[in-house]
Design a binder for this molecule. Structure first.
Ligand code: ADP
Ligand code: MG
Length: 451
């Protein structure tokens, strides 16, 4: 077995015992770096993954590895170097992309930050995304001159990132001289924070002001980030005045983004706003066909229909299903009939995305910090509890816009000044503390994806 196959086998097994969200969180961007006799070195993307794999999953990973290769006695987890250099960090979207399991190597372009796999050629168009697609195509013909900015909004996993990056890749191909930059809002925020700290905010901004096409993903994360909004506003104006193209994505309309400065909001509304809807069943089958072809697997129409009927709201999940099937096929050599598929997809299909509510926030935060839900309500100053509690309060406020008194009542009638303090403390800390920021992002991912 090669290193890749060995790790693939581990991933295939662990994912059966874990929710997709957990799997995504801890096993994203991991691989076996090296294997020397008894020792296996696993590369992980950050310290955070490292700690969790070491402390929580090491035993089960080791067991799986040993079942496959009895020689193995020890695993060492190493943080991959590239991720430590924040500047060069790959601004991939938040959410785990199960394609990585396929070990298809897509190198992110260092200049543009674009992922070459997001192109128009593999983007399926249906009535749900016809308009955004048409606008995107028009922009590729005349960047900066038609719809500016283009504001694409829609739910999670419906192709916003794919589409806006496809514009970047296409413009790059057609106009190689144009400077294109893709960045997620989270990276943009941390860029602003870091460059302020390092006193080079002007450089940071100038870098953006020099682009011909600026693509900024998930702008809703700028909510409440005043300083970042201000810097972005200046960049926006410079680019706009110079007829440079801006493309923005968001999970909601500009007016629905809370605490977004009015002047920015009206800039967004001044361009073209398009929404991505939910694909109908035929389009879902078409998407599945594209994905199976990419992965060189062949599935019967019956199977494709089953998947398309059962996964309705999210293209990322459709893709995840295909990846699971592909891995299963590779490893088991089993014939894939509908019964096998049903078993493989049990997790995905039985766990549709649910709306977020206070209960879910509390469950997921407690779970994330390995506490019992009731621990969050204890009257204690223990650090291990205070921090998760403050985070839960912050999320109730940030995601659900709960009032401070409401949050106070939820937490055993705490005074609303305590909840105000907690929320502002966390929102300040996020700006300064990369690890906390990362933790909260993962919690948010789980909130959206874990049922
Ligand atoms: P969003 O940014 O809206 O959350 P993404 O762009 O990340 O969604 O899409 C999720 C996954 O689904 C990606 O892997 C993407 O390639 C795939 N996908 C989304 N829309 C399409 C489409 N129209 N055709 C083919 N694949 C798609
Ligand atoms: Mg996205």
């Amino acid at each position: 077995m090669t290193k890749e196959e060995l790790w693939q086998a581990v991933l295939a097994q662990v994912q059966f015992n874990m929710s997709p969200a957990n799997f995504a969180t801890w096993f994203k961007n991991t691989k076996i770096l090296d294997k020397t006799g008894e020792k296996v070195i696993v590369s992980v993307p950050n310290n955070f993954s490292k700690e969790w794999l070491e402390n929580k999953y090491n035993k089960s990973i080791l067991k799986i590895l040993r079942d496959l290769d009895q020689e193995i006695k020890e695993i060492k987890y190493d943080i991959a170097k590239t991720v430590l250099e924040t500047k060069k960090e790959i601004p991939q979207q938040n959410v785990f992309n199960e394609n990585q399991l396929d070990f298809q190597e897509f190198k992110i372009n260092k200049e543009t930050n674009l992922n070459p796999r997001y192109i128009f050629e593999n983007f399926v168009v249906g009535s749900f995304n016809e308009l955004p697609h048409a606008a995107a195509q028009a922009i590729c013909k005349k960047p900066g001159l038609v719809y500016n900015p283009l504001f694409v909004y829609g739910g999670v996993g419906l192709g916003k990132t794919h589409l806006i990056q496809a514009i970047g890749n296409e413009v790059n191909k057609k106009f190689p001289k144009k400077r294109i930059k893709y960045i997620s809002s989270e990276k943009f925020i941390s860029g602003v924070v870091n460059s302020i700290r390092e006193h080079n905010i002007e450089n940071f901004k100038n870098d953006f002001k020099k682009t011909d096409v600026l693509i900024i993903d998930d702008i809703q994360f700028l909510a409440g980030k005043e300083k970042t909004q201000e810097e972005f506003f200046h960049i926006f104006n410079t680019l706009y005045q110079n007829n440079k193209q801006m493309i923005i994505s968001s999970d909601r309309l500009p007016k629905a983004i809370p605490s977004m400065e009015e002047r920015l909001r009206s800039r967004f509304e001044g361009g073209m706003i398009v929404d991505v809807g939910i694909p109908d069943i035929e389009t879902r089958i078409a998407i599945l066909k594209v994905k199976t072809k990419e992965r060189k697997i062949d599935l019967s129409d019956e199977v494709l229909e089953y998947v398309a009927e059962n996964i309705q709201k999210n293209i990322r999940e459709l893709e995840g299903a295909i990846n699971k099937i592909a891995i299963h096929k590779k490893i088991s050599n089993q014939d894939i009939d509908l019964n096998v598929i049903k078993k493989i997809l049990k997790n995905i299909i039985l766990a549709p995305q649910k709306p977020i509510n206070p209960k879910k926030i509390i469950t997921i935060v407690a779970n994330f910090y390995d506490l019992k839900e009731k621990d969050l309500f204890l009257s204690t100053r223990k650090k291990e509890i205070v921090k998760p509690r403050q985070i839960a309060m912050y999320l109730l406020r940030d995601l659900l816009k709960c009032s401070f008194p409401f949050i106070g009542r939820k937490f055993q009638g705490k005074d609303h000044t305590t909840t105000i303090y907690a929320c502002s403390k966390i929102s300040k800390e996020i700006q300064e503390n990369e690890t906390l920021n990362e933790e909260i992002n993962i919690i948010k991912q789980r909130l959206y994806y874990q049922s």
